[in-house]
Design a protein around this ligand. Structure first.
Ligand SMILES: Cc1cc2nc3c(=O)[nH]c(=O)nc-3n(C[C@H](O)[C@H](O)[C@H](O)COP(=O)(O)O)c2cc1C
Length: 174
């Protein structure tokens, strides 16, 4: 079974996450292609898609949304699993908030989405430029100041791999 794993990532945590997902799925016998959303020209060769995006200003990165738009018709009923990495999920109402506010449902609802998930990402203060710091301060929609609050790799690999195992089964069933 051939899967395309496409990512949109600015700081690298989503790319790194999807690469590790790919390794796990390879071990499970899937044939995996991992690529930047911008580099995808054709999706017809795949039995399933995983798309992952980092969240910036409360939205998917443009490359990931463009991927959904560009291939909406070509994907047809191809099963698609989607995930985001973000930090808002770390706040008390986080999961509910990001699942309702951060997902481009107008694009996703046209596709055969078999799973939609959100994970805590990575925010390393020393890797953030001054203008990004400013963006975070004014555009972040949580209760805390993210620049003062988050400075870590928050990815929980047990949760991420549990999701991979779950969608592997769903791809096989689909
Ligand atoms: C400039 C900037 C804006 C961000 N905006 C948000 C946001 O609005 N909500 C959120 O939950 N996380 C936000 N984040 C956190 C990122 O989603 C998180 O760091 C993610 O892991 C980044 O993915 P990437 O490393 O693949 O680019 C922001 C991070 C930066 C640097």
């Amino acid at each position: 079974m051939k899967l395309l794993l496409a990512y949109a990532s600015r700081k690298g945590s989503t790319r790194d996450t999807i690469e590790k997902m790919g390794e796990r799925l390879t071990d499970k016998g899937f044939e995996i292609t991992v690529t930047d959303c911008d580099e995808v020209h054709d999706v017809s060769d795949y039995d399933g898609i995983i798309i992952g995006s980092g969240i910036y200003k409360g939205m998917w990165l443009p490359a990931a949304e463009t991927f959904l738009r560009r291939f909406s018709e070509a994907l047809g009923t191809t099963p698609l699993a989607a995930f985001i990495l973000c930090i808002r999920i770390l706040e008390p109402d986080g999961r509910e908030h990001v699942m309702t506010e951060y997902m481009p449902m107008h694009l996703l609802e046209k596709l055969n989405v078999i799973s939609l998930e959100a994970f805590a990402g990575q925010l390393i203060a020393s890797e953030i430029e001054w203008h990004e710091r400013w963006t975070l301060t004014i555009r972040y929609d949580g209760a805390v100041d993210p620049n003062q609050t988050f400075d870590e790799d928050y990815r929980r690999w047990d949760k991420i791999y549990a999701w991979v195992d779950e969608i592997a089964e769903k791809f096989r069933e689909a």
